[in-house]
Design a protein around this ligand. Structure first.
Ligand code: LMR
Length: 396
């Protein structure tokens, strides 16, 4: 059976991670995979996570199964983090939430649910979108199509073209949206644009599937969830895939959740039972460890306050780096305007250079970004900013 298999080239993000790790050059700069880094280039365990983990390990008395829906306390705490405790959809008991192995698990499970109801659904994703959206969604058997999104000329969103594309979609079409910190471009919708989009989604009867992987790393925990909260307040149905990888720094623990807004509490119960059954058939039960940590942080006022401060510090560092890299690029590459980097949000920016230039950065200067020129801003440091800007000047 397996002799027939052809080798495949790994996903570009994972390929780059391996190439970076294999490079012995001490000055190498990792702007590849989307993990947060500090001024030393490390991805430390957040102090709030360390503390919660210590308390949890001392308290834990069993490793028995948690259940296919995951940790129910975690699910409820995530509802409040994503939507806010007094959100009308939570008050009306229209939201059902299941713990998933990371945001990826949530995306896949959401896709499986859509396929169950309507197997010929097409999921419309932004141009461009995260490299793993396709495999996660198409792996469930759904088809993918693209709507216009990134405007390379301004570094922002081609909002008119996006709206026009949504206007042409048939009722029931699924639109995958990034809540904030758009991956890979860093170009986000403004609050006003979310409102305009809502009107079209309502009029056309579209189903939003929102991916929120960076809550707190763009403008703040509230602002980054603006679109999710608005859509869940105004629409009959929404799916939202959430990841705790970045804002809790729990990458390898695989912590996520899928939130489903349905028209009524009864419809929610039925859909939830289907989600639990689907999860049972894929991973059976989600891993406990990371979700238990998130639960304890969100429920303990002292740990929560500490975590809020840690998320703010990550966000401020990224915003500061955005400012500083623009200044450095102004000095070393005055012929080109990179000011869009400061207007973008989250970990990523589309740098806007050619594949050849990206590859020259990698081979000649040991600066690693994906071939589409997505760069992880958090990989820059005070001591490599100038090196980076000089390297860019040489390849432009
Ligand atoms: C990224 O986009 O680099 C991250 O979300 C990590 C991943 O799994 O691709």
């Amino acid at each position: 059976m397996f002799e027939r298999l052809e080798p495949v080239i790994p996903d570009p993000i994972l390929r780059l991670m391996a190439a970076y790790r294999a490079d012995p050059e001490p000055r190498k700069v990792d702007l590849g995979i989307g993990v947060y880094r500090d001024d030393r280039g490390d991805t430390p365990i957040l102090p709030s996570v360390r503390q919660a983990e210590r308390i949890m390990l001392a308290r834990q008395e069993t490793k028995s199964y948690v259940g296919s829906a995951g940790n129910l306390g975690y699910n409820a705490a995530m509802d409040r983090l994503v939507l806010a405790a007094d959100h009308p959809a939570l008050v009306a008991k229209r939201v059902r939430t299941i713990q998933t192995p990371g945001g990826c698990g949530a995306l896949r499970l959401g896709a499986e649910l859509i396929r169950l109801v309507r197997p010929d659904s097409i999921v419309h994703v932004s141009t461009p979108t995260w490299a793993n959206h396709g495999p996660l969604i198409c792996g469930s058997g759904l088809k993918l199509e693209h709507y216009p999104y990134f405007d390379a000329a301004s570094g922002g969103v081609q909002f008119g073209a996006m709206l026009a594309a949504f206007e042409r979609l048939p009722a029931g079409a699924v639109v995958l949206l990034h809540a904030s910190c758009h991956n890979p471009t860093g170009a986000d919708l403004s609050a006003g644009q979310w409102r305009e989009l809502l009107a079209v989604v309502q009029r056309r009867g579209l189903l939003p599937f929102i991916d929120m992987a960076y809550q707190g790393l763009g403008e703040g925990l509230e602002a980054d969830a603006f679109g999710v909260r608005l859509f869940c307040a105004e629409l009959p149905e929404v799916l939202c895939a959430v990841s705790c990888s970045k804002n809790f720094g729990l990458y390898r623990e695989r912590v996520g959740s899928l939130h489903l807004l349905s028209t009524t509490a009864a419809a929610g119960d039925a859909a939830f039972s289907q989600l639990v059954r689907l999860a049972r058939g894929i991973w059976s039960m989600p891993p406990d460890h990371g979700a238990a940590i998130v639960h304890d942080i969100l429920e303990d006022p002292r740990l929560r306050a500490q975590w809020l401060e840690e998320v703010s510090a990550m966000r401020r560092r990224i915003q500061g780096l955005r400012h500083e890299v623009v200044q450095q690029l102004k000095v070393h590459c005055p012929q080109r305007d990179f000011s869009f980097i400061e207007r973008q949000r989250g970990m990523f920016s589309f740098f806007g250079i050619s594949v050849e230039q990206v590859q020259a950065l990698r081979t000649q200067h040991h600066v690693y970004m994906t071939d589409d020129s997505r760069m992880n801003i958090a990989g820059l440091r005070p001591d490599n900013l100038e090196y980076f800007a000089r390297a860019v000047a040489q390849v432009l």
